[in-house]
Design a protein around this ligand. Structure first.
Ligand SMILES: Nc1ncnc2c1ncn2[C@@H]1O[C@H](COP(=O)(O)OP(=O)(O)OP(=O)(O)O)[C@@H](O)[C@H]1O
Length: 378
């Protein structure tokens, strides 16, 4: 796969952000969806607090994972970043420019730099268009004329994502799920993005295929220096892909840390519970598991204080009255922030290695790669 990565880095319209410098900054970001009643005169009676004041930075070339249970606001965050949704509060800064409420015209120069990969490789590709037309469309729309023409560029991109360049004229139904997701990746790459928001990019795929697509994304991130916001409910997938991981609960980030700190020394009880619920690498490991009681409360009326308190075994009175700030607790590594009044001891480990599939494990072992099926049902 490595030698197929023939793209050069983009000289985009925004000044290049050096690796390690903040590329995307979310500050107090909010999205509240109005809840209305009445058929005719729709009156707002409340709001879904889908994203409720999050701060997050993604540096150039960095892969940041965003995890949490269904409905916690991950996709809404991704859609805000790509400006498919308008924020109701807070700011989104991209390459130093406030794009929170930028108009279509103002967004035009950076549109190409922020791309999205969607969950469902079936509905996200137009079945009536050839693969060539699908991947070439962003270049056509943006008036980009690559050297050698669009067809040549599309064929290069097909090769980059591990597909046969000769299959330029085929239609999406002729490809398997994994191959379709590769087509989606090629489309996202066509404008040489600097940031890709990948919203559950592998959760619709077979487990054996998931590893191959994650591996491809990881190669692109490393070789092309593309920053990723990788959204997933699956902690194992995020672990393999991300340098830093943010855990969301009911519209808030409750913990954020580099990969090792988060997985080995989780301080927030929610992170600990999520890790405890993940499949174990060692089936003979019978350490105590934390079972999360009840469902996630409604984001229309989130609990006061700490939102996790209604399901937390450590909750006390203070948790109902005071919202815990997201801060570096004593015992946390630098950059490890936790929002909890009664955190886990820094010595408590998640207790186990989180591994979803043996194929994924090979990604983390230097020198080993997953065999890439070209042109098979991958
Ligand atoms: N357009 C909308 N109008 C009203 N509520 C919405 C809208 N989009 C999302 N929501 C609500 O916002 C909350 C967060 O949804 P979101 O899809 O961002 O969560 P998620 O963590 O990505 O979950 P999932 O993994 O199930 O997609 C949910 O309660 C959802 O029902």
């Amino acid at each position: 796969m490595n030698d197929q990565l023939t793209l050069s880095k983009a000289d985009g319209p925004s000044p290049a952000t050096p690796a390690g410098e903040p590329l995307l900054q979310l500050s107090g970001l909010e999205k509240h969806f109005p809840v209305t009643d009445g058929l005719l005169f729709k009156r707002q009676v409340g709001a879904v607090h889908a994203v409720d004041g999050i701060d997050l930075t993604v540096s150039a070339g960095e892969a940041v994972g965003l995890v949490g249970e269904s409905g916690c606001g991950k996709s809404t965050t991704g859609r805000l970043v790509t400006r498919l949704l308008e924020p109701t509060g807070g700011t989104i800064t991209y390459a130093g420019q406030d794009i929170s409420h930028a108009s279509r015209k103002d967004l035009a120069p950076i549109r190409s730099e922020i791309q999205m990969i969607f969950q469902d490789p079936y509905s996200s590709l137009n079945p009536r268009q050839t693969v060539g037309a699908i991947i070439g469309a962003p270049m056509e729309i943006n008036g980009i004329k690559p050297a050698g023409g669009i067809q040549k560029r599309v064929q290069e991109l097909l090769e980059t994502v591990g597909l046969n360049p000769e299959h330029y004229n085929r239609f999406p139904h002729e490809f398997s799920g994994g191959q379709r997701q590769r087509i989606g990746v090629a489309r996202a790459l066509s404008l040489e993005p600097k940031l890709i928001v990948a919203d559950e990019p592998v959760s619709a795929l077979d487990v054996s295929i998931q590893a191959q697509v994650v591996n491809l994304l990881q190669q692109l991130q490393k070789d092309l220096g593309i920053a990723f916001l990788f959204i997933a409910h699956d902690l194992a997938i995020v672990r393999h892909f991300s340098q830093r991981v943010a855990v969301m609960y009911l519209g808030k980030i409750v913990e954020i840390a580099d990969r090792a700190s988060l997985y080995e020394r989780p301080r927030h009880p929610y992170t600990h519970a999520l890790l405890s619920a993940a499949p174990e690498a060692d089936p003979d490991d019978h350490r105590e598991r934390i079972r999360l009681a009840g469902d996630v409360p409604s984001p229309i009326n989130p609990p006061s204080g700490c939102r996790f308190r209604t399901r937390c075994w450590k909750a006390q009175e203070k948790c109902a009255t005071e919202e815990p700030p997201l801060v570096r607790l004593s015992g946390n590594q630098e950059g490890h922030l936790t929002a909890c009044h009664f955190p886990e001891e820094p010595t408590i480990t998640s207790g186990k290695e989180v591994v979803l599939d043996p194929a994924l494990a090979t990604i983390e072992v230097p020198g080993t790669t997953i065999p890439e099926p070209r042109d098979t049902q991958g």
